[in-house]
Every structure is written in C-alpha cells, then in structure tokens.
Write a protein that binds this ligand. Structure first.
Ligand SMILES: C[S@@+](CC[C@H](N)C(=O)[O-])C[C@H]1O[C@@H](n2cnc3c(N)ncnc32)[C@H](O)[C@@H]1O
Length: 301
C-alpha cells in the first residue's frame, strides 16, 4: 500500500527481528521490492503483478507452489526412479483433473495458479500477434479465462469463447463478470478429448499439450485442425524448451513438474511442436517469444 521502514514492515508482517532484514533484502535482490533510504516499496512489476485483487495479479501461481508444489518436489527422487507422478493421483487417462477438481479448494488454487502462470503470456500475446484480421478466438482449456479477458479488453473487435471442463465454470463466470466484457465472452463446457472443439478464426492451446502424453497431445492438434477453416490459426504456447534443450531452465523444471504431476506430460521444443503440427496438416508454422520463459508456435491451416 505504501513505502515502509523495515521496523514498520516487520511489525505489520509479524516477523522476527533476526529474519526480517535478510528477507526484505532478498526481495530487493529478486526485484520484488525497492529500497530507497530506509524505506521499502514494491517495484513497478511487483505492484502490477503481485498485489492481490488487481486485474493482472499473478500470485496465484506462487500460492499453488506454496500449498502443493514445494511438498511435491520433495519426492522428486522417487519420480526420477519410477517415472510416476507423486501427487497421489493415479487413476484415469485425463491426467489429474478429475481427481484434482473433486476438492473445491484445490480446484480454486489450481485455477488461480493458471491465471498467474499465463498473465505474462496474456499480455505479450495481445501485443505480438496481429489480431486485426481475426474476429473470434477460442481458448481451449481456458481455466478462469484470464488470457481471453485480457485479449478482448485490448482488442475490442474480438469475440471469445472459453472451453474447459464444467467444474471450471464458476471461476470463469466470476472473472467474466469482473471484466465487464458482456456477451463478447462466453464459456462453453466440454471435454476436449470427448467433444468436438468450438470453431473460431483463432484457437489457443496454452499449457495444455504439456499436460499429456504425446499421443493425446497429437489428438488435440488433430482436433484443432478439424475445427479450423482453411486459413485459420492455431496458437500453442508453453514454456517451450529451446531447441538445444540447454537454456530454458524454467521450461525444463516445468517438464519435471509434469513428471511429478501427470502420468505422461512433458515440455517440448518449438521444433518438436512444429513437426507435430506439420503432421497434423498445418501448412506453415513459426515460433515467437512471448514473455520470460514462454514462447508460442503459430500455425496456419
Ligand atoms: C494447465 S491448465 C492451462 C490453463 C490455461 N490454458 C493457461 O494456460 O493458463 C489446463 C486446463 O485444461 C483444462 N482441461 C483439462 N482436461 C480437459 C479436458 N479433457 N477437456 C477440457 N478442458 C480440460 C483444465 O481444467 C485446465 O483449466
């Protein structure tokens, strides 16, 4: 809310005197806080992305790490030796969603985490892709719809549909109401393996393919191809690995997260994805950087 001295900040947060100074200065070194004289304040990025209640709040991803993922990573060694997820979810081909969504708290934390995970990409996607020639966009596996609300807000000529499992509807509708986009934005409940995908000029698959084994991921690309008219565009975005698999630390750690969380998921390179897209029938595709560790592949039917 305002710059504060270390003692004031420490008192407000209930921290021990021994820990506070190092904690605040760690946040300065990480770029989340600035220190000016004896006062600490949010950096502009923290102010934009890390203040709960603001439209671009991305802290849900950190909150999911806090409540679930740190503990999961303690079992990395077992996952490395067995190749099996360590989240206790063992049933079903659908990865983990049916089991995860049975618990309303875990559902809410996961959905808010997806908003946080994709906030940077949503902002970049609105700027680096040319939306002018397109009228409609469907986000397949849209979670709360953070990407769509940002895109439609920035590009008033666009209409959007969010497609996801029915359990996600309440979170989507809450965000839709807050967005004030009215009937330019709609939710279509469905199962992307069992149902046909909605049709639109542009289809988006964000952090979807990496959650599944390759045959299922390819099924989704085939279905996206079917749903597009000739000339239609598919955008796939993820923490795409660099083609040499050496540099995108976040992407590689995400791939290990998929090992810990899902029966078959993994992160892939732009070239991997372009190959699958070509086999699905897409005639051209290119890779663009979005934001931080995230990139997209844009493919045209
Ligand atoms: C990893 S999240 C990605 C969310 C969002 N696209 C993003 O990038 O922030 C995957 C999403 O796919 C949805 N999903 C999983 N299985 C699905 C299915 N069979 N049909 C439709 N949606 C599904 C989940 O509910 C979840 O919202």
């Amino acid at each position: 809310e305002q710059p504060l001295t270390a003692p004031d900040l420490r008192t407000r947060l209930g921290l021990h005197p021994r820990s506070a100074r190092d904690f605040f200065d760690t946040l300065v070194a990480l770029g989340a806080l600035d220190r000016d004289g004896d006062k600490y304040a949010n950096t502009p990025a923290a102010d934009y992305y890390l203040v709960r209640g603001r439209p671009a709040y991305a802290g849900g991803f950190l909150e999911m790490n806090d409540s679930r993922m740190y503990a999961l990573w303690a079992d990395l060694e077992t996952a490395l030796r067995t190749g099996l997820p360590q989240n206790g979810i063992t049933d079903g081909d659908d990865g983990m969603y049916t089991a995860l969504y049975q618990d309303p708290d875990r559902l809410a934390v996961f959905q808010e985490a997806m908003t946080g995970l994709s906030m940077g990409s949503a902002h970049a996607l609105a700027e680096v892709f040319d939306w002018a020639p397109h009228r409609s966009v469907v986000d397949i596996g849209c979670a709360e719809g953070a990407v769509l609300t940002h895109l439609l807000d920035r590009h008033p000529h666009l209409r959007g549909i969010g497609f996801d499992l029915p359990a996600v509807a309440p979170g989507f509708h809450r965000r839709q109401e807050e967005s004030g986009l009215g009937d330019r934005l709609a939710f279509q409940p469905g199962d992307f393996f069992a149902d046909p995908l909605p049709r639109a000029d542009v289809l988006v698959l964000g952090h979807i393919l990496s959650g599944f084994a390759l045959p299922q991921a390819r099924t989704l690309l085939d279905k996206a191809y079917e749903a597009l008219a000739p000339g239609g565009t598919l955008i796939v975005y993820e923490s795409l690995l660099d083609d040499d698999r050496r540099e995108n630390v976040h992407g590689l750690l995400m791939s290990l997260t998929m090992l810990l969380e899902t029966p078959g998921g993994f992160e892939y390179t732009g070239e991997d994805c372009r190959g699958w897209l070509a086999e699905a029938g897409f005639s051209e595709s290119r890779v663009h950087h979005l934001s931080g560790p995230e990139s997209m592949v844009v493919a045209v039917k």
